[in-house]
Design a binder for this molecule. Structure first.
Ligand SMILES: [Mg+2]
Length: 131
């Protein structure tokens, strides 16, 4: 799972307790979960520790090495059994598809805090527009 604008808004300080409860449900059901974020280490580590899941920060999505690191955290599951959840088409979805994973694009929780994220959102809307 991506972190920023997927599990919490990019400018938010805390993840909702409902999200942690959801993590708990997933883990209890035997679903392996890891956070794969391009965000900074402290922010990612705090959420991962509270959620009880491993994480890669400053991952470098959409590049393949990021997804290899994430897959390692999941215990090298077959790629057809792994889904990436994220809010960005050109990092989360593109990287996941190139890695042979299922990609789940979620609606972003905020417009994004970084200029390049805001630009990417414009391009995403153009790519995803109904034809
Ligand atoms: Mg994100």
């Amino acid at each position: 799972m991506d972190l920023d604008d997927t599990l919490l808004a990019a400018r938010a300080e805390r993840v909702d307790e409902d999200v942690y409860a959801w993590f708990g449900s997933l883990l209890a059901a035997g679903v392996r979960v890891a956070i794969l974020s391009n965000g900074d280490k402290d922010r990612v580590a705090a959420v991962a520790a509270k959620a009880g899941v491993p994480a890669v920060a400053m991952a470098g999505k959409p590049f393949a090495h990021a997804f290899r690191r994430g897959l390692r955290l999941l215990g090298e599951l077959p790629r057809e059994r792994v889904a990436m959840l994220g809010d960005q088409l050109f990092t989360d979805v593109l990287g996941a598809k190139r890695a042979g994973l299922t990609a789940v694009l979620v609606t972003p929780l905020s417009p994004g805090k970084l200029p390049h994220t805001r630009l990417a959102r414009l391009l995403e809307r153009w790519v995803l527009r109904e034809r």
